[in-house]
Design a protein around this ligand. Structure first.
Ligand code: ZN
Length: 136
């Protein structure tokens, strides 16, 4: 399965879940069939409320973060980009493309399962530096 098919399947399931306001048993099964362990990890992140949407004021810039065990991961969902090693090496190898952070973020965004954190624009540069630091 190519990376696009994977993302398209995830988007289709997210649309369904959004319409229902929840993940159905079938959604869960389908997601597990699609992503296996990656979905298990995504679901843990969702259950543990580790998906954060930062909104910087007054610019309105938005940054998504998944709080990890050892560090935070910066996501750029529009570009399907993540700062984790998993993402980095998979993309280099042209393997499966969506890391569990991106899967979790998509589900979170569609179901509203995330925290919104407002920060002042003054902090944007230093936070971004911090979040990008661990990128290989
Ligand atoms: Zn990632």
């Amino acid at each position: 399965m190519g990376e696009n098919a994977e993302a398209e399947n995830l988007n289709a399931i997210c649309r369904e879940a959004k319409a229902e306001g929840k993940l159905s048993g079938k959604n869960l099964t389908d997601l597990y069939d699609l992503f296996g362990q990656r979905f298990t990890k995504a679901l843990d992140a969702l259950k543990e409320n580790r998906i954060k949407k930062y909104i910087f004021k007054p610019s309105g810039r938005t940054v998504w973060i998944v709080v990890g065990r050892e560090r935070d991961y910066l996501l750029m969902p529009e570009a399907e980009f993540c700062t984790c090693d998993d993402f980095y090496f998979r993309v280099l190898d042209q393997k499966v493309h969506l890391c569990y952070h991106l899967i979790a973020q998509k589900v979170a965004r569609n179901l509203g399962w995330f925290d919104t954190i407002e920060e002042n624009d003054d902090l944007y540069a230093s936070l971004m530096t911090e979040w990008k630091k661990a990128t290989p």
